[in-house]
Design a protein around this ligand. Structure first.
Ligand SMILES: [Zn+2]
Length: 142
């Protein structure tokens, strides 16, 4: 049986509508943070509520990293995704030469194994994949 564990507890959860990232919304000033924080980074209050973040967003910026890191090979793409509520999340991106990332493109959250550790345990994390044109739930431009 394959072993797996989340990258970190408290980053995401399954809902009946699919996986979501978990954020903290400040009840005092309204800012939403990801990942969870104990103190609002804007107003320094501690009146925070756990919220499910939107699963879809647009690519704000990205880069393709050409050096190997401990868990990713050369040529992996990472970037900031701006979710529908304005929160920016740094994450790996699914991209290819045939389908290069583009600032402003619609992306959606995916919970996926990201790498394996020495005892073959899969580390489960989040990443964003391009939203196919016409996909269900894609933001409208009306
Ligand atoms: Zn605040």
């Amino acid at each position: 049986m394959d072993k797996s564990r989340p990258l970190m507890p408290g980053l995401f959860r399954e809902t009946t509508d699919g996986p979501v990232l978990i954020g903290s919304r400040c009840e005092a000033c309204g800012r939403t943070h990801f990942p969870l924080v104990a103190t609002c980074l804007d107003c320094l209050r501690k009146d925070l509520k756990e919220v499910d973040l939107p699963r879809r967003g647009t690519l704000f910026s990205f880069t393709t990293v050409q050096v190997r890191s401990s868990n990713f090979g050369p040529g992996h793409t990472v970037g900031y995704v701006e979710l529908a509520d304005g929160v920016r999340v740094f994450a790996p991106l699914v991209a290819s030469k045939e389908q290069p990332p583009e600032v402003g493109q619609h992306v959606r959250l995916e919970i996926s194994p990201l790498w394996r550790v020495h005892d073959d345990t899969e580390v489960i994390g989040y990443r964003f994949v391009p939203e196919l044109p016409g996909a269900k739930g894609e933001a409208s431009h009306a």
